[in-house]
Structure formats: structure tokens, C-alpha cells
Design a protein around this ligand. Structure first.
Ligand code: DAT
Ligand code: MG
Length: 153
């Protein structure tokens, strides 16, 4: 990665997979100009999800959330680029789709917080933790794309 680039963890949740939105979501990150660094379709077990959502372990919806996230495959991805953590969150929209503006992923494709189709890291710290939780270092690709120099001045 070059100096001002960062990586974020993005996951299409089981509802996004079941509803056939994988391509649409990947398209948005790709056409924005971000670079896909890792991707896998994975049926996550509850242990992994409890770690992933450990900050929420005292929330009343925690067990339901973990059950839902393990109910089918998710698409786990690492996306890379300038300010990708913050921009990725903006592209997702708000946690509650009701508050998400049209044009965002949650604003365009879902209606309820418990089925909000996508996860995105919310800080540099959580991005690093989540990437390490879901991917082995050798699963993450470091490569140059021909468009890189046209995106970064
Ligand atoms: P985000 O996914 O936007 O980072 P979060 O980390 O606060 O939001 O919560 C993780 C997920 O938990 C969220 O995507 C959906 C679910 N969730 C959050 N708040 C909820 C609530 N009040 N009731 C039910 N599920 C909720
Ligand atoms: Mg979160």
C-alpha cells in the first residue's frame, strides 16, 4: 500500500447474499475507485461473530445479531484506498436504514436495522482488528492496478 492508503473490512451479510445484492454492492466500491484486496464467501460460525461484534455483547439484540449473521454465507472483503474507512461508512449509510439517505447502500436496498445487508469497519482500529479476524495475511493481495495513477493525484 502507498503512504496515504488504508484498508477496511466490508461484509455483505446473509440477507444481502440471499437477496442477490453481491454484484451491486461490489460494483459500488469498484466504480468508486477502491481496490479489492481480499474476498471470500464464508459461512461464519458463532465464535467468529461473537468476536467480530464483541463491542455489542451487552446489547439486548446481540444474540439475535450473531444468530442472523451465522444463518447463511456472508461475503467478507477487504477494500483498499485513500480514506476508504470513512468513505466506506458514508457509502453504507446509517446503521438504521430508516436514517440512511437514498444513494447509500442501506438507503437504497433495505428497510430495517436487523436486516441492513452490509457491515463496514468504523475506525482504523476496528478495520485492523476485523481484517485480522476474518483473513490470514496471505489471503490479502498487494497489487498495482492500472487505474491507480488515474485515481490518486
Ligand atoms: P453498524 O453496522 O452501522 O456499524 P453497529 O456496530 O452499532 O452498527 O451495530 C452492528 C449491527 O447490529 C447493525 O448493523 C445492526 C445491528 N443493530 C444495531 N443496532 C440495533 C438495534 N437497535 N436493534 C437491532 N439490531 C441492531
Ligand atoms: Mg459497527
Amino acid at each position: 500500500m502507498s503512504g496515504n492508503e488504508e484498508r477496511t473490512f466490508i461484509a455483505i451479510k446473509p440477507d444481502g447474499v440471499q437477496r442477490g445484492l453481491i454484484g451491486e454492492i461490489i460494483k459500488r466500491f469498484e466504480q468508486k475507485g477502491f481496490k479489492l484486496a481480499a474476498m471470500k464467501l464464508i459461512q461464519a460460525d458463532e465464535d467468529l461473530l461473537r468476536q467480530h461484534y464483541c463491542d455489542l455483547k451487552d446489547q439486548p439484540f446481540f444474540h439475535r445479531l450473531v444468530r442472523f449473521m451465522s444463518s447463511g454465507p456472508v461475503v467478507a472483503m477487504v477494500w483498499e484506498g485513500f480514506d476508504v474507512i470513512k468513505t466506506g461508512r458514508i457509502m453504507l449509510g446509517e446503521t438504521n436504514p430508516t436514517d440512511s439517505k437514498p444513494g447509500t447502500i442501506r438507503g437504497d436496498f433495505c428497510i430495517q436495522v436487523v436486516r441492513n445487508i452490509i457491515h463496514g469497519s468504523d475506525s482504523l482500529e476496528s478495520a485492523n482488528t476485523e481484517i485480522n479476524l476474518w483473513f490470514k495475511p496471505e489471503e490479502i493481495c498487494d497489487y498495482t492496478k492500472c487505474q491507480d495513477s488515474w485515481l490518486n493525484g
